[in-house]
Design a binder for this molecule. Structure first.
Ligand code: PBG
Length: 339
């Protein structure tokens, strides 16, 4: 390396740019490394055979019938992604206020889990515990006189989690935000001997407008009102710590923050607060924003995707649920050596 005479003797001791000079050097001092193993791919499943339906507000995401779901899961596993999270599209005639279909042992989700664990035993399967895909009201709990009942809902959630565990789920993931549900789910699982089925708790789940495209995907938008009496207020961060503390006491194995991008400070604070793994959900609206701007040619999709996911990991997320999982795993393969 040649000296640069003009820069000599300026009295400048610290030159952070020294560590940014070449790709190898930048990789060597990189603080955060995103890998495919950090990612969880959410997948939508529906009844039928040989069917794959596009979701207009989520380009390149589909609802899959069971047979095609298996093919998709295989592709995901081969990309080095270790886990998927399942969400069902339930036909209207199977929905009711009590979400009865949610604990049908032969329902769509238990059948999907059994088929997945048989075809790909090592792929981790995470099932969502909540009533909204099964609710005629589009709410995460049982509705009475316009109110969402807490304890009655928790009893149904425990049954739902048990059916999922019996089908072979590795983790159950309560996303409903009812009080006390982690404890009741843990109790129900343990009572039946499912001591190794984990709980990934949506601990700090905000009442967010970023869920719009997901509700399109599952046709699960609330039929009245909003979810603000159970999901959290976007203005609150200390309350997220309270929710996390409760879920840990009740038996959560992993705690999650959702959405991710507008809540990086919450991820960071929770990470400092607990030694449990922290997950972040890069939700449907965050995905849709990037896709839409990229389709206009306004941003570089791959670069923005990797920068965004890296920011979540840097903030403290050990795991990231993201509709970009496949794209990111592919990009990370080809990006190697290009820091
Ligand atoms: C509901 C649930 C939602 C999401 C995951 N589980 C939506 C909601 O709370 O209304 C949203 C995920 C996303 O937007 O990607 N239990």
């Amino acid at each position: 390396m040649e000296a640069t005479p003009a820069d000599n003797n300026t009295g400048q001791v610290h030159r952070p740019r020294r560590l940014r000079r070449t790709g190898a050097l930048r990789r060597m001092v990189q603080e955060t490394v995103l890998t495919a193993a950090d990612l969880i791919y959410p997948l939508f499943v529906m009844e039928g055979e040989g069917q794959q339906e596009a979701i207009p507000s989520m380009p390149n995401c589909f609802r899959y019938s069971l047979d095609l779901l298996l093919e998709e899961a295989k592709a995901v596993w081969e990309l080095g992604i270790g886990a998927i999270a399942l969400f069902p599209l339930i036909p209207h005639h199977q929905k009711d206020n009590a979400g009865t279909e949610s604990y049908n042992p032969d329902g769509l989700i238990p059948r999907a889990v059994r088929a997945l664990k048989q075809a790909l035993p090592e792929l981790l399967v995470i099932t969502d515990v909540a009533l909204d895909p099964y609710s005629s009201e589009g709410h995460d709990g049982i509705v009475q006189n316009g109110q969402i009942l807490n304890d009655e809902t928790v009893a149904v959630l425990a049954k739902q989690a048990l059916v999922q565990a019996e089908a072979g789920a590795d983790f159950v993931a309560p996303s409903d935000m009812m009080d006390g549900r982690v404890r009741e789910i843990r109790k129900a699982l343990d009572a039946e001997g499912w001591i190794n089925v984990g709980i990934l708790a949506y601990s700090a789940k905000y009442a967010s407008a970023y869920y719009g495209p997901f509700r399109d995907a599952l046709d699960s938008a609330p039929k009245f009102g909003d979810k603000k009496t159970y999901q959290m207020d976007a203005a609150n961060a200390r309350e997220a710590l309270k929710e996390v503390e409760l879920d840990i006491k009740e038996g959560a194995d992993i705690v999650m923050v959702k959405p991710a991008l507008a809540y990086l400070d919450v991820i960071c604070r929770i990470k400092q607060h607990t030694n449990l793994p922290v997950a972040a959900y890069n939700v449907s609206g965050e995905y849709a924003m990037v896709k839409a701007a990229a389709q206009q040619g306004w941003i570089d999709e791959k670069a923005v995707m990797l920068e965004t996911l890296t920011s979540m990991k840097r903030a403290g997320a050990d795991l990231i649920l993201t509709y970009f999982a496949k794209d990111a795993a592919l990009a990370l393969r080809t990006e190697k050596g290009k820091a």
